[in-house]
Every structure is written in C-alpha cells, then in structure tokens.
Design a protein around this ligand. Structure first.
Ligand SMILES: Nc1ncnc2c1ncn2[C@@H]1O[C@H](COP(=O)(O)OP(=O)(O)O)[C@@H](O)[C@H]1O
Ligand SMILES: [Mg+2]
Length: 256
C-alpha cells in the first residue's frame, strides 16, 4: 500500500490517470517547474516505477531553481514509509506523479488529503472512455466529493476542433467537473522534458500559447484554499446517489 504524507496547509497536487501516455509526467514536471519559481522549493514525488519524473530531475541543469525529488515507487524494508517519503519541513507545494494502473488501495492512498486532482485526457475515444472510468473510480472508490471541487480535467495534445472533446466537455459539465486547460500537441513540451526543465523555463516568446494554458492550470490550483472554504460552506445539499454502471453508461453516451 502506498502512503503519502499529510500536513496542514500543504498544497498536494495529484496528477492521475491509469492510462499511460496521457501526459501525467509532462504535466507534473511542468507544474513543479512553476512552483520552483516561488520562495520555497517544491517536492515532486514519483510513484511510477518507470521513474521518468526523477530521470527528468536528474537532467535538470544545476542553475535552475531547486525541485526536491522523492522516489515514492521505491519501498524499503529498512525504513518506515513515512521516513522514506519525508519532505523538507518548509515544503508548501507537493506534486505527485502517479503510475499507470493504480489499484483501488493505492488510488485511495495517493489521493488522500489532496488539495487538487488533475486528470489529463487525450482526445481519442479510448482515452476519453478510460478517463471516465478513472473519474468514476475517483468519485466512487477514492470517495472524492464533487462538491469539494478538487477534481479537474486537463485536455492534452489537442488539435483544433476535436469533436470528441466537445462530447467530453458536455459530459464533464453535467457532472460539474471543469476542464481547466487545453494543452496543444507541441514540441515545446518534448524539448523541455529532454532538457529537464519546464516550459516556463524556456524562452517566453517561443512558448506563449502553451504557457497561457499552463498558467490557467496554476491559477486554478492556487485557488485551493478558496475552493476548500467554499466547499465546507456548502452544507445541507444531499449527495445524489449514483451507481458506477449508470455513471459509465452516461460517460459512453457522452463520448461516443
Ligand atoms: N502536450 C504535449 N505535446 C507534445 N507531446 C506531449 C504532450 N504531452 C505529452 N507529450 C509526450 O507524450 C509522451 C507521453 O507523455 P507522459 O507525460 O510521459 O505521459 P504519462 O506520464 O501519462 O505516461 C511523452 O513522450 C511526452 O513528451
Ligand atoms: Mg509518466
């Protein structure tokens, strides 16, 4: 079972989707690079045994702002899990990159006390279907309450006028889950990844459209204290029960 640390006022951002290749590590590393520009160094935890986020961190040039990396996928019998996952005491921002195919226990652990959960989705029918399943599991297995407004989708690698995304948007809209940014398919992300940097650390004139979308994500993430406060104010609304089967039927109707 995975354990992730809990701390009052820690901004814990989880990037999650059991589908490989949808852009989890790309988004996680780019968010970490944005947080690295702030006063305290962020932590990025890599739960993926492939370790691509830590490999990115190893490529990171020494003169770039510090990002602390933790190999959360490594489990040692010699130390307690909380010791293995210890972070510098002044850490304010934690970004979690998750592996493909999390089991239910791990899903619950990784998302516990998250301030925000981002689900990247590619614009193919199969990916949208997989994302619907992932969202169903977040709501029904990890018990993420939609009213907490922690959950958002990032459309990734889009080309203009993608028909499937229109359907996905209507479906998510009916659930009250926002699509907070639409990242285009861009070599800027590939080149930044190769250099161990985020697009925020590339020449601004080159990456403007991509940076605009990344900033949209950062604005939504930065709003977590307000989202938390507002959701705790929302009382008396009865949670509408729904079944996983009904949920997935609706998602298929939306994305087919
Ligand atoms: N917006 C994008 N534009 C271009 N390439 C992208 C974009 N997002 C991801 N990629 C590329 O797609 C591949 C898979 O992305 P990655 O972030 O590793 O996915 P995951 O972590 O979900 O498996 C990588 O080669 C990455 O560089
Ligand atoms: Mg990855």
């Amino acid at each position: 079972m995975l354990i992730t640390p809990t701390r009052e006022n820690l901004n814990k951002v989880v990037v999650l989707n059991p589908k490989g290749g949808c852009g989890k590590s790309t988004i996680a590393t780019n968010l970490a690079a944005c947080y690295a520009q702030r006063a305290t160094a962020p932590v990025i935890m890599d739960y993926d045994p492939q370790g691509s986020t830590l490999a990115w961190l190893e490529r990171r040039p020494g003169e770039m702002p510090t990002i602390n990396g933790i190999a959360a996928f490594k489990k040692s019998m010699q130390a307690t899990r909380s010791w293995q996952l210890r972070m510098p005491s002044d850490t304010e921002n934690l970004v979690i990159d998750s592996p493909a195919g999390l089991n239910h226990d791990d899903l619950r652990e990784v998302t516990r006390d998250a301030t925000s959960i981002l689900v990247p989705v590619l614009p193919s029918h199969m990916d949208i279907h997989a994302a619907s399943r992932c969202i169903a599991d977040l709501l029904l297995v990890a018990k993420v309450d939609r009213r907490d407004r922690k959950l958002a989708v990032v459309a990734n690698r889009t080309r203009k006028n993608t028909k499937s995304f229109g359907k996905l948007m209507r479906f998510l809209d009916s659930l009250g889950i926002p699509i907070i940014a639409v990242l285009r398919d861009s070599q800027n992300f590939v080149q930044a990844a190769e250099k161990g940097v985020g697009i925020v650390e590339l020449q601004p004139s080159r990456v403007r459209p991509d940076l605009d979308q990344l900033e949209k994500i950062m604005r939504w993430l930065d709003n977590w204290p307000e989202r938390r406060r507002e959701s705790s104010d929302v009382t008396g609304i009865r949670r509408r029960p729904f079944s996983k089967v009904a949920f997935l039927r609706r998602s298929q109707a939306g994305s087919s």
